[in-house]
Design a binder for this molecule. Structure first.
Ligand code: ATP
Length: 339
């Protein structure tokens, strides 16, 4: 599709990069603030002006912009959430919405934008960059760690540690009372958080959307428990597992095994909050600086990723269309150890 601000000869006339925008979009994740800080300071260090776009694409449409100085991002590195707030915008999915957003960027003289979010946010950026001459570079921020092309997304490590801490506590009470806990972890289409936290907590069963038919392992565990009179345990359930959420699975188990004391704990939004771990802070910082370097290098429509600790550039169209595969070896390990 032709870009809408071409010169009269039809070729794109690029002006030198002078002002960038930065925003967070989609679900928030711990470490987004660290990324905003790194983007802002790396840009300022390179003599670029920086504008914070509040409330994701909706704020872009409404021109909800703030100029960012170095002092505006001090004291946020260790804070969860996002100082720029985040949102989901139905209006941005429409051509009219994106036209409004582009006009707002133009009015503010913003030449390029760093988007911190998940695959939906990058899809929006890709669509807009195909319609208008505006460069986007993405930083993956989601607790699911489900983006293709990067080993790591910002927020995953903090969420993982939050889940582990919570499940350790649940285990104490599960053992004391002889109860089976079904613990539901976030991850609509991605079970990595449930898988790794399950390994870290020694869960008896892990149910994730990537491993269909794993219901058998639950049945085996329950039957074995009956035989051995082991009546406590942890079943980690990713919210997107095909067997249904933890509530539905627990309900079925209550019917099939009425003697067991079955409880459910849905961890919910505590997984999104909290002070980011050192790992999330360091990676957010590395990715934030890399995003500015990429823009200065005239890159566009790429996501900054980490591959074996090294920064890589992943085209948006690959990052959003290809699936992140999970290490199913971890599931095999979990089964091997649960004898
Ligand atoms: P999370 O992984 O936490 O869900 P995300 O970035 O995938 O984060 P989404 O809600 O999927 O979150 O997307 C964020 C926003 O990106 C949407 O509210 C919408 O404004 C924009 N967006 C997503 N998909 C498209 C699309 N196909 N066209 C235009 N805009 C889109």
């Amino acid at each position: 599709m032709a870009t809408k601000n071409m010169s009269s000869e039809g070729s794109i006339k690029r002006k030198k990069l002078q002002k960038i925008g930065v925003f967070t979009s989609g679900g928030d994740s711990p470490g987004m603030n660290a990324a905003i800080r790194a983007v802002t300071r790396a840009a300022l260090a390179n003599k670029l002006k920086v504008v914070g776009i509040r409330r994701g694409y909706q704020g872009m449409i409404e021109g909800d912009f703030i100029n960012l100085k170095s002092s505006d991002v001090s004291g946020i590195l260790q804070l969860g959430g996002t100082m720029l707030k985040t949102a989901r915008s139905a209006e941005f999915r429409t051509a009219e919405g994106r036209e409004k957003a582009f006009q707002q960027l133009k009015k503010a003289d913003i030449d390029a934008v760093v988007v911190i979010g998940g695959d939906g946010s990058f899809t929006g950026a890709l669509v807009m960059s195909q319609e208008y001459d505006i460069s986007f570079v993405g930083i993956p921020g989601t607790i699911d760690n489900d983006m293709y092309g990067t080993d790591y997304t910002i927020g995953y490590d903090t969420a993982l540690n939050t889940v582990v801490e919570a499940v350790d506590k649940i285990k104490d009470t599960a053992r004391s009372h002889g109860r089976i806990f079904f613990v539901e972890v976030m991850g609509r289409e991605a079970g990595l958080l449930a898988l790794t936290s399950g390994i870290a907590c020694g869960a008896e069963v892990i149910l994730i959307p990537e491993a269909k038919g794993d219901f058998n392992s639950l049945k085996k565990f329950l039957d074995k428990g009956y035989r051995n009179k082991e009546t406590s345990g942890i079943v980690m359930v990713a919210e997107g597992d095909e067997a249904g959420g933890a509530l539905k699975i627990a309900e079925d188990v209550r019917k099939s095994h009425p003697d067991l004391d079955v409880r459910v704990s849905i961890l919910g939004h505590i997984q999104r909050g909290g002070s980011p771990t050192a790992k999330d802070r360091v990676n957010a910082t590395k990715m934030g600086v890399a995003a500015i370097e990429a823009l200065l290098d005239d890159q566009k429509s790429i996501m900054i990723g980490l591959d074996n600790e090294k920064i890589v550039h992943v085209p948006f169209n690959k990052a959003v269309k290809l699936n992140h595969t999970i290490d199913t070896n971890l599931l095999d390990i979990q089964k091997l150890l649960n004898i």
